[in-house]
Design a binder for this molecule. Structure first.
Ligand code: ADP
Ligand code: ZN
Length: 770
């Protein structure tokens, strides 16, 4: 059942539904006095329960679809590993969700006898013999039009009616809906009704295929001749494809080294072998550019799956998969659940990206890890690609679980950009200003503008200034409902909480000490835009962030704008830090490299290193040399130093050593239990209760040896949306032991009567510890 419960339920199958019900099929069932959706896990002809107590299934949702057996296996593993309920997990695995889906049809109008009117530009008042050239046939998809109500002689028409016929002739009798016809010919409902009555127009039912929003194109791109390193990588992958063998490849190639070309050729090989492929990309770089690259090689066989698709669009996509029209699916994390009948290859591009982990709701899975599991289960290869692999994958490569493939040089003449560090403390000392753009960056931008080259400025913070700060009591303005500082959005004239969306007007006094006029501090994209516009009034600036992209639905529009290239300075958040291939960019400025380093998260250095390396990768992708200017207050931090030196190997060595010393992932695993509720005392008490049970069991006997328990402690963000948050953390090296201990303790915890009001969420391998 698609609810956060860990058990399964038994129902009877009514006779009428018997032919439809099979494992994997999606159903609606009664529970208490409600209805719920669920997935059939297994069928049985016997039960120990008394029959009269077992309710009946109510209906089968989308009967033509059932989750295929290999994905049911995957769901069972995910349920166990990620500690979700079986129903919530299968609901995620189901690809388009547990609901009724249907083909959509639409009624459209056509000329019932297009031949009759063909060639008659001067439309007749009376009939003539139709000895005229043949008019184009109606589109092939259309079913044959019903026979006209009148004999095939043209009836007498009014001039309005003749205009409509002329419209169809001009448009090769393309079927249109009634409302579209009314709009385009500017005629009334009655005129159309009259033409239908006379049999001049006919109505037909067309099946709609709801498209994905990305441009379709014919396959035209040709494969490149592979460079030696690419070729070596391709050979190893193709051997695994040929032999139907599981192998996990870590394709570790610097930005612009041609990883995508390796994916494309491996996919072509899988298709040749009558197999299908999944390509995972992080949502944020699901840019038209990436999609276009796959479509230009493989045409409409490429389906696109992203989180903005409606359930109906997902359903239509499944039908294209089912019919064999779509053989490659490119998409964000849940595309890993694509029900291909003969999957032959999985690619996970930018495998280090955090968006592959689903943090809410359950199942809290990591799509990269699920991809590796699915590949092993199906005996097929999986390629994990990145210029900055995750520490987890590097460790797996070291341990021999993944096969490391390296691409160490850029294709063509492009070389890696030079990176210059600016110590902002020095800048402040010298210029004595709080200006956000150092002199060196200013001059570098000026130079590019003069040469008509393009510049990217990167800052991982939207809004205007970061926050409002009281200079008297030294406190920033916080959200009333969350334990976070609010961000000032100047254009909208308000403070926004990026966690709960709450707003406040500009403060006239400090809420803590009532001192007047707190000051805006820090910098967001809006403020940089203003400063740049003042410095370079003649430059065209395009700002790209969550706000200008128009929230989550506007992202396609803004990518169009980026592609048209009519800007001099592209300014944005991490939305523009990767996946973009911009030919004329020769300078990348990083306004501040520090923000992500100060997060209370052991992955802060890893994130910062990856981000800087990816951003720098945007510069000088073509022949012209690229340059990166990086502003920071902590120039000596090793993550920054290693990024500047393009010394990824050095960074990994140092970071892995540190993680091992501190017993952090990837050497140890973490399992997080998070408690949340409106009553702070109860949340604390409940977290303490579970921690107590865990410790009790952990120290008794030998069963759970090697698992340690930390906490309870308040979460780093101690309150969100008026809910207080506490956490308990398990650490160990064997996930099954950690799970075992937690489940034993939870069993006892759940016997407590007074649990209401406090929610516990479990997160295996958490990526977000805030
Ligand atoms: P990555 O995915 O590693 O960032 P890309 O696959 O985008 O790198 O490759 C960078 C550029 O090099 C692209 O324009 C691509 O078309 C080109 N390219 C890739 N492989 C080759 C090759 N073997 N020969 C010539 N050009 C190539
Ligand atoms: Zn808030």
């Amino acid at each position: 059942m698609a609810r956060p419960v860990r058990q399964t339920y038994t129902y009877q199958v009514p006779d009428g539904l018997r032919p439809l019900v099979r494992p994997g099929c999606m159903v609606r069932v009664p529970i208490l006095n409600q209805k719920a959706e669920g997935v059939v896990v297994s069928l049985s002809s016997a039960t120990s329960l008394p029959l009269r107590k077992i309710k009946f299934l109510e209906s089968v949702l989308t009967p033509e679809y059932a989750i295929p057996p290999d994905l049911m296996d995957l769901g069972a593993w995910m349920t166990e590993y990620y500690l979700g309920g079986p129903g919530e997990t299968l609901s995620a695995v189901s690809f388009f969700g547990l609901r009724e889906q249907k083909r959509v049809t639409e009624r459209r109008l056509v000329l019932s006898e297009p031949l009759l009117w063909a060639g008659k530009s001067a439309l007749p008042e009376t009939t003539d013999s139709p000895d005229v050239p043949a008019a184009p046939a109606p589109p092939p998809a259309a079913p044959p039009a019903p026979p006209p109500a009148t004999p095939p002689t043209a009836p007498v028409l009014t001039s309005r009616q003749r205009e409509i016929i002329a419209f169809f002739q001009e448009n090769l009798n393309e079927a249109v809906t009634r409302s579209e016809l009314m709009r385009r010919v500017k005629c009334s409902r009655e005129v159309i009704a009259a033409l239908l009555r006379k049999g001049v127009l006919a109505e037909q039912t067309t099946e709609l295929d709801r498209p994905d929003g990305y441009r379709l194109q014919a396959a035209a791109g040709r494969p490149h001749v592979l460079l030696p390193e690419q070729s070596e990588a391709f050979c190893l992958v193709s051997a695994a494809i040929q032999e139907n063998r599981f192998e996990a490849f870590l394709l570790y190639g610097i930005t612009g080294s041609g990883k995508t070309e390796v994916y494309l050729q491996a996919i072509a090989l899988a298709l040749e072998k009558e197999r299908q492929a999944i390509v995972l990309v992080p949502e944020i770089s699901l840019t038209p550019q990436a999609v276009a690259r796959f479509r230009s090689r493989f045409g409409p066989q490429v389906g696109v799956y992203h989180s903005h698709l409606t359930p109906g669009q997902k359903y239509d996509l499944w039908r294209r998969i089912e019919s064999g029209a779509v053989r490659i699916l490119i998409g964000a994390r849940s595309a890993i659940f694509a029900p291909f009948p003969r999957l032959g290859l999985i690619v996970v591009d930018e495998e280090h990206e955090h968006s592959y982990k689903q943090s809410d709701p359950a199942p809290r899975y990591h799509a990269r890890d699920v991809a590796v599991w699915r590949a092993r289960h199906l005996s097929i290869p999986v390629i994990l690609g990145s210029a900055t692999p995750s520490l987890e994958s590097m460790r797996n490569a070291d341990a021999g679980k993944f096969r490391l493939l390296r691409l160490t040089r850029r294709t063509g003449e492009a070389s890696l950009p030079t990176i210059r560090l600016i110590d902002m403390a020095e800048h402040v000392r010298q210029e004595g200003s709080a200006g956000l753009i150092s002199k060196m960056l200013r001059e570098a931008v000026q130079e590019r503008l003069a040469r008509r080259e393009q510049v990217i400025l990167f800052l991982n913070r939207r809004g205007f200034s970061n926050f409002f700060f009281c200079m008297i009591c030294k406190t920033p303005i916080r959200c009333d409902h969350c334990d976070v500082v609010m961000t000032w959005h100047k254009a909208a004239g308000k403070l926004l909480c990026h966690y709960c969306g709450d707003e406040k007007p500009r403060p006239t006094q400090c809420p803590a000490c009532q001192a007047p006029d707190p000051a805006p501090l820090g910098a967001g994209t809006q403020r940089i835009e203003e400063e740049m516009a003042a410095l370079f009034p003649e430059a065209r600036i395009l700002r790209v962030d969550f706000d200008t992209a128009g929230g989550k639905h506007g992202f396609l529009g803004i990518w169009d704008q980026i592609e048209r290239e009519d800007y001099d300075i592209l300014l944005g958040t991490q939305m523009i830090s990767k996946g973009l291939h911009l030919e004329h960019v020769t300078l990348v400025g990083v306004i501040s490299a520090d923000h992500s380093l100060f997060l209370p998260d052991f992955r802060a250095a890893e994130r910062t290193f990856a981000q800087l390396t990816q951003v720098a990768g945007r510069a000088g992708r073509m022949q012209r040399a690229g340059e990166v200017i990086l502003q920071t207050f902590i120039p000596h931090h090793y993550a920054i130093q290693r990024a500047v030196a393009h010394d990824a190997d050095g960074f990994y060595k140092q970071e892995l050593h540190m993680r091992e010393m501190l017993r952090f992932p990837p050497f140890h695993r973490l399992l997080l239990a998070r408690f949340s509720g409106v009553d702070p005392a109860r949340v604390r008490e409940r977290a303490g209760r579970l921690a107590g049970l865990l410790r009790d069991k952990a120290v008794r006997g030998n069963t759970w040896r090697g698992v340690s328990v930390y906490g309870p402690v308040p979460c780093p963000i101690a309150r969100i949306k008026d809910h207080t948050r506490w956490q308990v953390l398990l650490r160990g090296q064997t996930p099954s032991l950690m799970r075992g201990l937690l489940m034993t303790a939870l069993e006892e915890y759940e016997k407590d009567k007074k649990r209401a009001g406090v929610t516990v969420t479990l997160d295996m391998d958490p990526m977000d510890l805030l």
